[in-house]
Design a protein around this ligand. Sequence first.
Ligand code: LLP
Length: 431
Amino acid sequence: MQLAAGKWQATIHGKMLRYGGNMLNDSIRYIAGRLKIDEVDLSDLARETPTYVYSLKRAVGNYRSIRDAFADLDAHIHYSAKANANLSILQALISEGAGIDAVSAGEAYRALQAGCEPEKVVFAGVGKRPDELRWAVEKGIGWFNVENVRELERLNDIGREMGKRTRVALRLNPDVTANTHPYIATGHGGAKFGLTADVVGEILRRQSDFPAVDFAGIHIHIGSQLGDTVATHTAVNTALHLISPYRHIRTVNIGGGLPVAYEEGKNLPTPREFAETLYPLLKDYSIILEPGRSIIADAGVLLTEVLYVKRQAGQRIIIVDASMTELIRPALYQARHAIVPLAQPSGELAPAEVVGPVCESSDTLGHAVPLPDVKSGDKLAILTAGAYGMVMASNYNARPRPAEIAVLQDGMSQKVARRRETLEDLVRLEQ
Ligand code: LLP
């Protein structure tokens, strides 16, 4: 039997606790009491933990939904590799036609390794090094999102030297405040990102000073996990106003930021709502989208084993073998991820602090998580962990980074997309 969304709830000390049921989806849900990812029983993949598992079917499905939502516009999707740059994920999306948004030569290199054509890579970033720029021009990377005048001069010099013109979208800081967590807002005046409208205007008036640069677009990305479409609409308006005198600038890159539900009860705008809001403004332009989270977040889980349970200071503390080194989002952004057992619970739920073994008080994966009685050896899944999980993992406390397993698009076959690091890996680069 499949768990109906939102069916699980319990009242504890008069407080309503809701089970992570609504965070389940068509790929990650209980079937006959077992948590499955597509057709695969997650318990079969949880023999060693911590382990990330991704549904390529879900990732590709998310990609297609965004593509379909923007179908009335001339939209080009460049998956933002910073959300999860595992080659298996990049390959699956590239074969669907996605380009890649890369924020370093490293990500661009991954994109090329995964089979992306260089001209379908967008190279963004607030501080690209000269050697990265040179490498990218040499490779024929398709777009440079530029947010510094000096960077533009460097690109122009490199282009002249190599006899190549590079295609640029100037990144505007539209000075709007996105409705999101302050750590992931990027479009307000005080942010380090982008160029002010004045500077963009001035550069555009001086285009002929940069003969090796093709000014073909404008870029905005006002933040991640956007709570509404209003600020995006305002930002695009500002961008259009700036480029309107220049009829050859036909591309507007609206960045990423399509939100994902991590907890219940949040009313988040859908990709279609973004498309509908922007259609009147952008119907005569070519647009680029850089979604990351909305493609991969809910396609991934982090599997972990319960090491110990203790009761202390009136709390039930569940110590698991995953930590902030595998998933830093709760520690860094106070992010909430639903945590559920692999065996569908039938008993009472009670709140628990789910913590990792790292020597930091902030190493808590979930507060007041509604969970049944669990004991050492039980397995849990941390949901919606596909984006900004493994890519932000570290070796802090000399913890080897986890394995990543991809369940392929047939929903059954699996592959180790990245093997677990070993103790030897931890010292391999030192002498
Ligand atoms: N484009 C640009 C220029 C970006 O800076 C970002 C994200 C994206 C696209 C993709 O945004 P998305 O579609 O994934 O929202 N580590 C944080 C998120 C940082 C996002 C940084 N930039 C987190 O775990 O919430």
